[in-house]
Ligand binder design. Structure first.
Ligand code: IMP
Ligand code: MG
Length: 186
């Protein structure tokens, strides 16, 4: 069932990060990455679908030669907790050998997703360098040591939606990031 944007916003218990706060931080992060990779071509591997809005805004703020590759992975399967398994293609169809690679995701939560993909890229693609960027990093224990090289915001361990992130496929188009009203979950 489709919902108008005002209806979608009213599903939030509260806004955690408003649109202009997100845009300002993403522009700062883009400037930092641009400085770090100055004079080099960057291969960005982004995880779909959650990082879609973040990567679109981030890359358009960066004045660097960039090649973009997308990878569809899932670990939440539409719920609010990680399933503990990461589903993705067995092999990577892109050539990242000896390249500078930046792996981008929306959230570092348990760390399973980023750690799994990071390991696969390292083993199968042999990049020159491999760093990671996330918009959000949740304050919680992780299943692996991965800790992201670039982080937009540190947040509490709460389930969030908006700016690309979903609950059962909804709320991705919110310009802000918020916490869902508990009565909406189910
Ligand atoms: P991890 O593997 O536990 O680190 O989970 C990372 C993935 O879970 C991210 O790519 C998100 O797609 C999803 N995820 C984690 N926390 C949230 C959340 O609060 N809202 C929406 N998706 C989330
Ligand atoms: Mg994701």
């Amino acid at each position: 069932m489709s919902q108008p944007i005002s209806g979608v916003l009213s599903s939030l218990e509260r806004v955690l990060l408003d649109a202009s706060t997100i845009q300002t931080r993403v522009a700062d992060l883009a400037a930092e990455i641009e400085r770090d990779y100055a004079g080099q071509e960057l291969c960005v591997v982004t995880l779909m679908d959650g990082a879609l809005f973040f990567v679109a805004d981030l890359l358009r703020s960066m004045d660097l030669p960039i090649r973009l590759f997308t990878l569809t992975v899932s670990s939440y399967h539409g719920d609010t907790t990680s399933s503990g398994r990461v589903q993705m293609a067995q092999t990577f169809p892109f050539d990242l050998k000896a390249r500078h690679v930046l792996l981008i995701d929306d959230i570092l939560d348990t760390g399973l997703t980023l750690a799994t993909v990071h390991e696969r890229i390292r083993e199968q693609c042999h990049p020159e360098t491999l760093k990671t960027a996330v918009l959000l990093r949740k304050e919680r224990p992780r299943v692996s040591e991965i800790n992201a090289d670039y982080v937009g915001f540190d947040i509490a361990d709460e389930f969030v939606v908006g700016y690309g992130m979903d609950y059962k496929g909804h709320y991705r188009n919110l310009p802000c990031i918020g916490i869902l009203d508990p009565t909406t979950l189910g």
